[in-house]
Design a protein around this ligand. Sequence first.
Ligand code: COA
Length: 290
Amino acid sequence: MKFNEGMLREGALKDKNILVTGGGTGLGRSMGEYFLKLGANVVISSRKLDVLEATAKDMADKNGGKVIPLACDVREIEQVEAMWEKAKSELGEIHVVLNNAAGNFISPTERLSANAFNTVLDIVLKGTSQVTLTAGKDWIARKRPGTFLNIVTTYAWTGSGYVVPSAAAKAGVLAMTRSLAVEWAKYGIRSNAIAPGPFPTEGAWSRLLPGDLVKKFDPAKKVPVGRVGEHQELANLAAYLVSDFSAYVNGEVITIDGGEWLKGAGEFNNLDQIPSELWDMMEVSRGKKH
Ligand code: COA
């Protein structure tokens, strides 16, 4: 058994219809594809219908099952509501919403225009709240249970320079996850979140760290387990959290980052840069014999 193999049993998501926002590329696609392999039907949405259609065909050809591509800019409530209705009319019901769509700019904050700041807030916080409200209201009105899984980030609670609108928005999404986990549990609606560390994707990484920057700031170097994440590892966790196996998990945020954020937090963690010989010398100098 390897860490990058599918974890759940075949058919674990059978009879589940799952909406994945931002599902056309990157991590959203990887998670959606694994849901499909486990027997779910999937709706993938983003702004780019051509990308979605190509992805949907590829996913369905490889794995079987139904993949419905629906164009939607999560910032526009009319588009969100139309997507929700269309998704239901295609599949009969949607049981799970994976709020994965996001946008981010790496920039000194003082260089961001008001519109740039708002753009990230709108995609991440407003987009997630609009999809959540649309799905939640509908589930509650029709007395249907449902499951939300929201993708956040570890800097939702630590904060982070150079991605301030994203940090502020993801902190809001995390607060919403925990709040609704309590408020909507009585309707049979669970809410959980995943905070992934570095999981390389084509799009986000080349956009966020263009050219040689990605080498200079190699994220693997910051991760105690010494590597970045593989998509299947994230997909395994996501599949568990949207499956009925996690029925008692509610209001949780699960970090999957190889220990990255804690490494930055612990006062003495960078002492891993001290070589063994130096530790030996320090022991000798305080009188320990070798
Ligand atoms: N750094 C700083 N500001 C930026 C920027 C960057 N890299 N890219 C765009 N902006 C600014 C624009 O200048 C504009 O502000 P202005 O009107 O004051 O000039 C504002 O942000 C909106 O830009 P625009 O290109 O009109 O936004 P959009 O709505 O078309 O697209 C995104 C915004 C985020 C969806 C788009 O940049 C995108 O597709 N990004 C890739 C998705 C992504 O970030 N994924 C990572 C997930 S973590």
